[in-house]
Design a protein around this ligand. Structure first.
Ligand code: FRU
Length: 495
């Protein structure tokens, strides 16, 4: 029942995982079991556990024929690997099982929907990938591909849509028990759009409508859509390719987009009201969400970006690819807010706190250091002084290296900068974002986990995420002010 290709992948991953010590991995972010990981897939709660699958090439730390890796967790922070769930082993997915999603069927089985990829030879000798949507049904460990795959192909596409860009189905169940899914597609205008499909039973699918169209506004092709209700609004998340920058909101290359609006369940009409980036840092892409049993909308993303994959620890390290922290989502004042899942609080220990520290020049504080930490900073101008020109917090700091967040109140700009993190590659190492502040007063919650930083600004109004491969011995933290400012610091180690 299990194909040779999948059996080999399972054997390989079990053996090579043993060569990676715990210390070589992030502590509470999911990293790939072995080899390469990209997008989160099939994020779901099934039989009492969170399941997270991912785009997976076990044999090398580079992208290759896509499998689905698999891990489970009870708190979304401690993960246990399960055997790879899908391998490219059928005529309709022989060149890859691309991104997709999961739901639980009424009879208790776990249903996966993914994109099957087949490379098609072109008259000029090149290849293009034909993409269709496929199903697999399983018990949380082993999955059997549906005998009628693919369930959606070019025949189900509206006129003018490309059969080469049709991928990443995200399913959900409606209150009446029927199913919907959104899928990324490329219409005749060459940009992107999100299509809505419906199914009575999860197996027979048909086309409904174009849920949202890019019209070349935000990049080109839209990948990895997700669509859900949140705090009275409807949210469409997608990851556009080939973006052009727009102020500090969107940057070049692969980006993230959040459209917030209204949705009429009767007519299935989505009306956009606002747009924003999802993450304002360097490394975040293709997020997927889940509704937890206690009703929280939680998002997890690939903590990487296609444009920055040359930033690596080595040439063929044992693993490449991590997921972001799971983040609880809310809509406030018409914007997407993200906070680290509250389960993270359980990992906190070794509290060190300082109040009203005055910073001019460089300051280090006893007990404030580490590479697995949760640190909250409240910064503000010092009383009786002119407003400071710049504040910076440096972390993962050694003799020659550091990464920093710096804030210039005069420009309302927060910048992440890993230029001095030890990277030897000429790729993007900085990113700036406009942030809200109250005359120089700003809140930052910074989470470090060995190879990454995620900064939550103003209680989650914005997030900036970046990967850093700085040597783990570099665990210093310092605060730098141009001018005089004041701050409170609370730091926990995360165990
Ligand atoms: C997004 C993506 C998806 C695709 C997958 C392939 O990062 O390009 O659109 O399904 O990666 O690995």
């Amino acid at each position: 029942m299990i194909s040779q290709t999948l059996r080999e992948a399972r054997k390989y991953e079990e053996a090579s995982e043993k060569m990676i010590s715990k210390e070589e991995r992030p502590a509470f972010h999911l990293s790939v079991r072995t080899g390469w990981m990209n997008d989160p897939n099939g994020f779901s709660f099934y039989q009492g556990k969170y399941h997270l699958f991912y785009q997976y090439h076990p044999y090398k730390s580079y992208w290759g024929p896509m499998h689905w890796g698999h891990a489970v967790s009870t708190d979304l922070l401690h993960w246990e690997y399960l055997p790879a769930a899908l391998a490219p082993d059928e005529f309709y997915d022989r060149d890859g099982c691309f991104s997709g999603s999961a739901v639980t069927l009424p009879d208790g089985r776990h249903l996966l929907m993914y994109t099957g990829v087949v490379r098609e030879r072109q008259p000029n000798g090149g290849h293009i990938e034909v993409q269709t949507q496929c199903l697999a049904v399983g018990d949380g460990i082993d999955y059997v591909k549906y005998e009628q795959n693919p369930v959606l192909d070019e025949k189900d596409l509206p006129e003018g849509c490309s059969r080469y860009d049709f991928r990443d189905p995200k399913m959900w169940q409606e209150e009446d028990g029927s199913y919907r899914c959104v899928v990324g597609s490329r219409p005749g205008d060459g940009s992107g759009q999100i299509l809505l499909f419906a199914s009575r039973d999860g197996f027979g699918w048909h086309y409904k409508k174009v849920l949202a169209a890019n019209h070349n506004r935000f990049g080109k092709m839209w990948e990895c859509p997700d669509f859900f209700e949140l705090d009275g609004k409807w949210v469409l998340l997608t990851s556009p390719q080939d973006m052009l920058p727009s102020g500090f909101e969107y940057h070049n290359g692969n980006g993230t987009l959040c459209l917030i609006g209204r949705y009429d369940r009767e007519t299935e009409e989505f009306t956009e009201e606002a747009d924003q980036a999802i993450d304002y840092g360097i490394d975040f892409y293709a997020p997927q969400t889940i509704l937890t049993p206690d009703g929280r909308r939680v998002m997890i993303g690939w903590m990487q970006n296609w444009d920055t994959c040359n930033h690596r620890r080595g040439n063929d390290e044992a693993w490449f690819g991590q997921m972001s922290l799971p983040r609880e989502l809310h809509i406030k004042n018409g914007r997407l807010f993200q906070t680290p899942i509250r389960e993270l609080d359980e990992l906190r220990c070794g509290r060190v706190a300082y109040e009203n520290v005055t910073v001019t020049g460089t300051v280090r504080l006893e007990g404030i250091q580490g590479r697995r930490i949760d640190m909250e900073l409240k910064i503000r101008p010092a009383e009786g002084c002119d407003i400071y020109r710049k504040f910076a917090v440096r972390f993962a700091q050694g003799e020659l290296c550091y990464t920093s967040f710096s804030f210039r109140p005069g420009e309302s700009v927060l910048k992440v900068d890993r230029k001095f993190s030890g990277s030897r590659r000429a790729i993007i190492h900085q990113r700036r974002s406009k942030v809200n502040h109250d005359d120089g007063a700003l809140k930052l919650r910074i989470i470090l986990d060995r190879f990454s930083v995620e900064a939550f600004v103003n209680d989650g109004e914005q997030v900036m995420t970046a990967i850093l491969y700085t040597d783990q011995a570099a665990e210093g933290i310092s605060f730098v002010a141009d001018g005089t400012m004041n701050m409170d610091v609370v730091k926990y180690d995360l165990m």
